[in-house]
Design a protein. Structure first.
Length: 199
């Protein structure tokens, strides 16, 4: 698939729309935290011109309060000055990995994903055509890496796994790649993207 075809795939994913997803999709619960969720945004950044086109992901610092050590997109809570999910995702990407907003072409957003930890995350899709060398903010990010786009849009790569959490058996999607265990909200958002691309 050419770089232009990859970009077209993301544009089509945005235009196709998506239903809101949740960490409770595989384990419906009556006590899901509806109505008291904190707004957040993440940047799904496709780098189509790399030798192996891919999406940028991070491994969060083990010192962070929320989701320490987990694989995630650049992103975080919306601040008062952000004004939009797009603005928040760009601000967080610059703070976490040094990605300048002027290098980013925003395509649009997928519907929010609600997490067990009380966030409503808006995934913002974007393309980065310029050369970019990540500059991790090690207070927040332990590592920055690229996962092949072809890997995360292959629905056969996804599996449903489970673990005990707060006294319950919780099921979730996972899409491991190499040494990186991509699971939970990140894998669920990527699966939505894969489903939209496949349509």
């Amino acid at each position: 698939m050419s770089a232009d075809d990859l970009c077209d795939s993301l544009r089509a994913a945005v235009s196709a729309g998506s239903e809101r997803t949740s960490d409770f999709d595989l384990d419906p619960r009556p006590d899901a935290p509806e109505g008291r969720l904190r707004p957040a945004a993440v940047l799904i950044a496709l780098f189509p011109d790399r030798r192996q086109p891919g999406l940028l992901l991070t491994r969060r610092s083990s010192a962070l309060r929320h989701h320490p050590g987990q694989i995630a997109f650049p992103g975080g809570k919306l601040d008062e000055q952000d004004g939009s999910a797009e603005a928040a995702s760009l601000r967080e990407a610059e703070e976490e990995v040094g990605l300048s907003p002027d290098k980013v072409e925003i395509l649009g957003s997928l519907s929010p994903h609600h997490t067990v930890t009380g966030f409503s995350i808006t995934p913002v899709l974007a393309i980065v055509r310029d050369d970019f060398i990540p500059i991790p903010n090690y207070e927040e990010v332990a590592e920055v890496f690229f996962v092949p786009f072809a890997h995360v849009i292959d629905l056969e790569r996804y599996s449903v796994q489970s673990r005990a959490w707060r006294g319950r058996r919780r099921h979730y999607y996972a899409v491991p790649w190499g040494p990186y265990y991509i699971w939970g909200a990140t894998a669920r958002i990527l699966r939505v993207l894969a489903e939209r691309v496949a349509q």
